[in-house]
Design a protein around this ligand. Structure first.
Ligand code: NDP
Length: 281
């Protein structure tokens, strides 16, 4: 039976460490600050933003949420981002996605100064990540690497199969794993014989947004299985992309909820602290 990787507990531990770091920074007159911009009325986004604000409070990061109406124009949002770029008291800027249809996400993400882009979505940070340079890496894959470290899970030389190639999970995950000397296979909706590939994997990371993308028969005995998915079942209960029956075969498994999710927010805090430390130098 798989060891359950407790993302909630690890996230608590890391936040405690960050709290001490923030206290020291504050003594030196450095007050880390994150600003989250929320446009429109997406209820899921509102929950994410609330959780980010709460996590900032827990570690002592100052945080501000700027709420803009659904009908906000692209220019109005760009003006807000410009103001935040110029504001020396702001270390991290995050524009919550998705944005309403009249706003081009790419244009907005590119308008954030790379040094304040704590989400790691700006092409400069994406490029730096892919060439293995110092950068802000996206929070979800960073959180997964932190879980491997905590549980002593070896990455170097392992075959990692990632299911999903999004810019926020799959692709940066592949870049981070390569950086840690894994052998990486990236799968997507056009991949043929998915099970054949996953059965060869020492580590499988699933981020498709579809329940039961990975079933027990697709897992090699003892493999590490990371479930990024956040879906709702028929009863409205939160569940991942992995069939829970995979726990009988896997060596390690992340639960949903309580696995990758809490780590994502924690890594955002970590990036914000780094931004504040860099800005202070
Ligand atoms: P996207 O929809 O952007 O990407 C999904 C990816 O999965 C695509 O690359 C798609 O392929 C691939 N895919 C879809 N169905 C299959 C399939 N049956 N077989 C193989 N590949 C498939 O999703 P995200 O990456 O943004 O998110 C994925 C999931 O992770 C969602 O449930 C999301 O809510 C969750 N999530 C959780 C986070 C957390 O903190 N826990 C953070 C971010 C996301 P193709 O490219 O060909 O379309």
């Amino acid at each position: 039976m798989a060891t359950i990787i407790d993302g909630k507990e690890l996230s608590k531990k890391l936040k405690e460490q960050m709290k001490d770091r923030v206290a020291q920074m504050r003594q030196q007159g450095i007050v880390p600050k994150l600003v989250v911009v929320l446009v429109g009325n997406n209820s899921a986004s509102e929950v994410y933003v609330r959780n980010k604000h709460k996590a900032c409070g827990e570690v002592g990061i100052e945080s501000e949420v700027i709420k803009m109406p659904e009908e906000t124009t692209q220019q109005e949002l760009l003006d807000v981002v410009k103001g935040l770029n110029e504001d020396r008291t702001v270390d991290g800027i995050l524009v919550q996605l998705p944005l309403p249809g009249q706003i081009n996400e790419k244009v907005v993400l590119r308008s954030i100064l790379p040094e304040k882009d704590v989400d790691g979505f700006h092409p400069v940070n994406v490029g730096l990540l892919s060439i293995g340079d110092d950068c802000y890496a996206p929070a979800t894959p960073s959180g997964i690497i932190a879980m491997f470290k905590e549980y002593g899970i070896e990455i170097a030389g392992k075959h990692c199969v990632i299911i999903g190639r999004s810019n926020i999970v799959g692709k940066p995950m592949a870049a981070l794993l390569l950086r840690h000397n894994a052998t990486v296979t990236v799968c997507h909706s056009k991949t043929q014989n998915l099970g054949e590939l996953t059965r060869q994997a020492d580590i499988v990371i699933v981020a498709t947004g579809h329940r039961h993308t990975l079933t027990a028969d697709m897992v090699k005995e003892g493999a590490v299985v990371i479930d990024v998915g956040m879906n709702r079942n028929e009863l409205g209960k939160l569940c991942g992309d992995v069939d829970p029956a995979a726990a009988a075969v896997a060596g390690y498994l992340t639960p949903v909820p309580g696995g990758v999710g809490p780590m994502t927010i924690t890594m955002l805090m970590k990036n914000t602290l780094r931004a504040a430390e860099k800005a202070a130098r």
